[in-house]
Ligand binder design. Structure first.
Ligand code: CUA
Length: 333
């Protein structure tokens, strides 16, 4: 079978994951163009190098089988000098083209500004992303984790920071990398034109679970974005039945409330992700697991088995308590 088809079957493409070559934003398109320019230059250099080696190899073979006397060959020397000279000239020109294209791409990627952007604070933690939509009124501030909702065709500015070590924000199909430095805020501007879910990954080694520090940018229409905002602004849903009530009691009487916030309850710690609307998220544990009952249960019982080194400690709850807790958490739309 065709090896490309075999490869595609072995690695089914997860739509949107790490696709530098399928940009969803003007910033990403600029980076893609630069990629292709450098790729084509390098491909041409590779082909020329291989051709020259092949030619030299064939000639050396001819000389070896029919040794020629060494003679002065002025025409040959001139040719060689001309060849070396033009190779150096082409190299310098190619490097300048790449340099200029890099500067132009950098300006394009960094060039977006707006008086009225969607402002989002992004804080890196070992190993998850805290996402805050600040507002001068505290009760209008949204805090979520690992999923960055934005409206399409609207400039967005991410104000980055880190709570511990250096992380790096990298959504390959949207824009380039930006390091998140503790105590130092920087602004990343971008705008997504195509609705969709774009995956990203921490791109700076930040400890044991660096590879499990994913996030998503969810670009949606302005209406959908505003509906999401309104939903996120609400306090947590009240338990709808006895099972969920018991689950909330389990949450509030165990270690959960030492680290997490659920707005509308006594849980108000900011050490771990805000769980007020946990059930509205697609994934848990920084995009490590799907947000399903089974995955959530496994994560609560023994997060160290799934992400060794993570801050969350195991919670050996009795089965009934665990089921009630999951029911409650999955009701937090
Ligand atoms: Cu955070 Cu790597």
């Amino acid at each position: 079978m065709n090896p490309v088809v075999l490869l595609a079957q072995a690695m089914p493409l997860d739509p949107g994951r790490h696709q530098v070559l399928h940009p969803g934003a003007p910033q990403g398109s600029g980076i893609e163009s630069l990629y292709w320019l450098i790729f084509l230059i390098i491909a041409a250099v590779y082909v020329l190098t291989i051709l020259s080696f092949t030619r030299a190899g064939t000639r050396a073979h001819q000389y070896a089988t029919q040794p020629l006397p060494v003679i002065e060959n002025e025409a040959g020397d001139r040719k060689a000098k001309w060849a070396v000279g033009s190779a150096i000239g082409i190299t310098v020109i190619a490097l300048f083209i790449v340099l200029i294209a890099s500067v132009v791409t950098g300006k394009k990627v960094e060039g977006l500004t707006s008086k009225n952007p969607v402002t989002i604070q992004l804080t890196g933690h070992q190993w998850w992303w805290e996402v805050t939509y600040p507002n001068s009124q505290a009760d209008q501030t949204i805090t979520t984790a690992n999923e960055i909702h934005i409206p399409v065709k609207t400039p967005v500015v991410l104000l980055t920071n880190s709570a511990d070590v250096i992380h790096s924000f990298w959504p390959p199909s949207i824009t380039g990398k930006r390091d998140l430095l503790p105590g130092y805020s920087s602004a990343v501007w971008f705008q997504v034109d195509q609705p969709g879910t774009y995956h990203g990954q921490c791109a700076e080694f930040c400890g044991l679970q660096h590879a499990h520090m994913g996030f998503s940018i969810i670009a949606e229409s302005l209406d959908q974005f505003q509906a999401w905002q309104q939903q996120q602004l609400k306090p947590a849903a009240e338990p709808a039945n006895d099972e969920a009530s018991r689950g909330r009691a389990v949450f509030l009487t165990h270690a959960c409330l030492m680290c997490h916030t659920i707005r509308g309850t006594d849980a108000g710690s900011r050490t771990g992700p805000d769980l007020t609307h946990l059930a509205s998220r697609r994934m848990i544990a920084a995009e490590t697991l799907p947000n399903t009952r089974g995955a959530l249960g496994g994560w609560i019982l023994d997060p160290q088995r799934i992400k060794p080194g993570v801050e969350m400690s195991p919670n050996p709850l009795p089965p009934d308590d665990l089921q009630a807790l999951i029911t409650y958490l999955e009701s937090l739309q």
